[in-house]
Design a protein around this ligand. Structure first.
Ligand code: SF4
Length: 117
């Protein structure tokens, strides 16, 4: 009986996603983003304590734009030279005045200097 009581009081364990598992499909401005779980760093894959996380596109490496020419960005992206706001070494695009949040960590940069015409 005692072990059953222990089990019923125990917190349910959070489900750890598997690498490659789908997190979410996000549609924005006519583009579809399939966000899957994985590792940003190869070394994390071999770290027994590291869990797969949602992997967002690297828009610095592979830029994508809306039909109006505004670049897609992520909240965790390293700021560009057009950053407007109070910047420190940990700042990300999310803190910039041109950041326009869309869904999850996906966003649009509304900076006119970054708009592709
Ligand atoms: S201008 Fe755009 S890309 Fe540059 S830091 Fe601001 S939000 Fe990020």
């Amino acid at each position: 009986m005692f072990p059953q009581l222990l089990r019923s009081d125990a917190e349910p364990r959070p489900v750890i996603p598997k690498e490659g598992e789908l997190f979410k499909i996000i549609e924005l401005y006519g583009k579809t983003f399939e966000i899957r779980y994985g590792f940003y760093e190869e070394r994390d894959r071999h770290n027994r304590y590291a869990e797969p996380v949602e992997i967002y596109p690297d828009f610095i490496e592979k830029p994508m734009y809306t039909d109006e020419g505004f670049p897609f960005i992520t909240a965790i992206q390293t700021p560009c030279q057009n950053f407007v706001g109070e910047k420190n070494e940990n700042s990300t695009c999310e803190e910039c005045a041109y950041y326009q949040h869309c869904e999850e960590l996906l966003a649009i940069c509304r900076c006119p200097h970054n708009q592709k015409l």
